[in-house]
Ligand binder design. Structure first.
Ligand code: MN
Length: 224
């Protein structure tokens, strides 16, 4: 090696151990009410973007307010942690590939995303920037099962901003896994952020973000 190898990205697992992260895939517009608030209406095939694994923040670590934006938004999301490799996975077998679930935040430079959309350009700087993925501990499916319903909420400084129910996802985790695995080979260590409910809005330095997904876990950070 001509350089030191990058350190592995490790997410704590509730009950013990750590989950090594390989890639982060994200589903866009996966709750109808959020799709509408972003100006879309119809049920379209799912689409994906990604974040670098080292964008993850764990343990409630503070998130530095990023450069190059005046409109940093929160998006609370159910995160699926893949535990078994597979390509072309059928919906019926998809959940067998899941190690567990977590609550996560898909932090977004909304102003850069709007510019990218307008210009037909990629969302890399809008979504894939440093520290853009605060994540809670991963709860093993062996302990919590595979949640298909339950409230998902985000408060900022104690005030409710986002609320929804996992049952209102347009594409279920099993459907997202099946679709994604037809395009890329999923590997143990991959994470899938499964989209956000309505209520996305801007945060400022000093804001305290606390997300809760019933039956799954929590995620928190403070913008610094
Ligand atoms: Mn999102």
């Amino acid at each position: 090696m001509v350089l030191p190898a990058p350190l592995p990205v490790l997410v704590p697992v509730s009950g013990g151990g750590v989950f090594p992260v390989r890639r982060i895939y994200c589903v866009g517009r996966n709750y109808a009410e959020h799709a509408r608030e972003m100006g879309h209406d119809d049920r379209e095939p799912p689409f994906f973007f990604d974040k670098p694994a080292d964008a993850i923040l764990t343990g409630g670590a503070a998130m530095p307010y990023p450069t190059q934006t005046y409109d940093l938004h929160h998006e609370i999301e159910l995160v699926v942690a893949i535990g078994r490799d597979g390509a072309d996975i059928g919906e019926g077998e998809a959940l067998d590939h899941v190690f567990g679930y977590a609550a996560g935040l898909d932090m977004t430079r909304r102003d850069l995303q709007a510019e990218a959309k307008k210009a037909g350009r990629p969302w890399t700087f809008a979504k894939g920037f440093d520290h853009s993925a605060p994540l809670g501990d991963i709860a093993p499916a062996a302990q919590i099962g595979h949640p298909s319903a339950g409230t998902i909420t985000l408060t900022v400084n104690g005030v409710l901003r986002q609320t929804g129910d996992l049952a209102d996802q347009i594409w279920s985790p099993a459907e997202a896994i099946a679709f994604l695995s037809r395009h890329v080979r999923l590997k143990a260590g991959d994470l899938i952020m499964t989209g956000t409910p309505a209520g996305v809005a801007a945060v400022q330095r000093g804001d305290r973000l606390e997300g809760v997904i019933a039956g799954v876990g929590t995620v928190s950070t403070t913008i610094s």
